[in-house]
Design a protein around this ligand. Structure first.
Ligand code: NAD
Ligand code: TYD
Length: 370
């Protein structure tokens, strides 16, 4: 096998879809999943491909410099697709240090370990691809509050005229997005200072199978099923731009292989939804698939104290990616949501496994007093 790629965070939500896609599509490329297996990492996510000859798993912490250096050199690694991170905004508000450590120092550790191994050989044929978020750009305004969800195009979105582009100034608000922004800067610094062939992408909110049920969509599907309250932050007016996770994984594959090094691409589906509208769609689809009257579970909606510093609107302009590399999302939102709800309803055992133990304690503490 001539190429060896490390995917960090491959046992997490997006990482597992990326690993699966690469292992299936490139049987002659070695794919190493490097993951610490925090509460968010689960090898069950990769059961279907774990026996493939081109796949291996290494349990390691990206902050462990000597270990990471050894893994890169002993495996002759040629590319790194870096997804490992602490990824949940609410946790970052409670525990910012962990986010700085993993997201900032972990990324720097990986960069430096890769540089030590690659620089003496020359950069030819090497790639360091860092996966980031649109949240680094801060928040947009809601200038058209009664928009038509999902109808945004590059001339303007349903909730406002503006989008985040690759040129938008970084203005992170949460400890999560501040840590991601910092890691993005380090990646670009390694390109500009040492000439490392790097890529950075900033993607909008993902949804789909294997997402840890602390994030809005899987949490709410699970709660609807069990007729538990649906904690809507504030008035439910915040807007997010949703992309099906397999479309993100396809973009990552394309950009890793064909993207212009030293540059940035935004990834998003022009698919903005106000939280409360999205939640009502989720309730309808889940009720229908459970054989309940559609909308019956709307009385589970419970407005709770807003998230501190809650960003109002995210909206990504991914025109550059479409024009340069021809990428477009493949799924309509209605189709993606239906597939997603169906998957969670069919995988209650997965949800039960990942929500036992430490997570349960965290979740109970978090909602104390709300
Ligand atoms: P996730 O929380 O589901 O998975 C993160 C993975 O990283 C887990 O498998 C975890 O075990 C691993 N990990 C955490 N700390 C580690 C460490 N110190 N060493 C090694 N592994 C470690 O996250 P996700 O939602 O799949 O996000 C993946 C990446 O994509 C993140 O970098 C995130 O910032 C970015 N991103 C996510 C979204 C989204 O909507 N989920 C959108 C845009 C960008
Ligand atoms: P989330 O899935 O945590 O993603 P992010 O904060 O990265 O956008 O949340 C999506 C939106 O849903 C966000 O505006 C916060 C809101 N939200 C709730 O209203 N209630 C919840 O219980 C959660 C988890 C999120």
């Amino acid at each position: 096998m001539k190429e060896t790629i490390i995917v960090t965070g491959g046992a997490g939500f997006i990482g597992s879809h990326v690993v699966r896609l690469l292992v299936n599509k490139y049987p002659h490329t070695r794919i190493i999943n490097l993951d610490k297996l925090t509460y968010a990492g689960n090898l069950e996510n990769l059961k279907d491909i774990e026996d493939r000859p081109n796949y291996s798993f290494i349990k390691a912490d990206i902050c462990d410099y000597e270990r990471v250096k050894d893994i890169i050199s002993s495996n002759g690694v040629t590319g790194i697709i870096h997804l490992a991170a602490e990824s949940h905004v609410d946790r970052s508000i409670l525990d910012p240090f962990t986010f700085a450590k993993t997201n900032v120092l972990g990324t720097l550790t990986l960069l430096q370990a890769a540089r030590e191994y690659w620089e003496p050989q020359g950069w030819e044929g090497k790639r360091f691809y860092h996966i980031s978020t649109d949240e680094v750009y801060g928040a947009l305004e809601l200038t058209r509050p009664e928009g038509v969800p999902g109808s945004g195009e590059s001339g303007g979105g349903p909730y406002g005229d503006d989008f985040f582009t690759e040129e938008t100034r970084y203005q992170p608000h949460s400890p999560y997005s501040a840590a991601k922004a910092s890691s993005d800067h380090f990646v670009r610094a390694y390109h500009d200072t040492y000439g490392m062939p790097t890529l950075v992408t900033n993607c909008s909110n993902n949804y789909g199978p294997f997402q840890f049920p602390e994030k809005l969509i899987p949490l709410f599907i699970n709660n609807i099923r069990h007729r538990k309250p649906l904690p809507v932050y504030g008035k439910g007016e915040n807007v997010r731009d949703w992309l099906y996770v397999e479309d993100h994984a396809r973009a990552i594959d394309l950009i890793f292989h064909e993207g212009k090094v030293g540059t940035t691409y935004n990834i998003g589906g022009f698919n903005e939804w106000k939280n409360i509208d999205l939640i009502k769609v989720l309730i309808k689809v889940t009720d229908r698939l459970l054989g309940r009257p559609e909308g019956e579970d709307e009385d589970l909606i419970t407005y709770v104290t807003d998230r501190k510093g809650h960003d109002l609107r995210y909206a990504i302009d991914s025109t550059k990616l479409k024009e340069e590399l021809g990428w477009e999302p493949s799924l309509q939102f209605e189709e993606g949501i239906e597939k997603t709800v169906r998957w969670y309803l069919d995988h209650q055992d997965w949800l039960d496994n990942v929500t036992s133990g430490d997570y349960l304690k965290y979740y109970e503490n978090m909602y104390k007093g709300r």
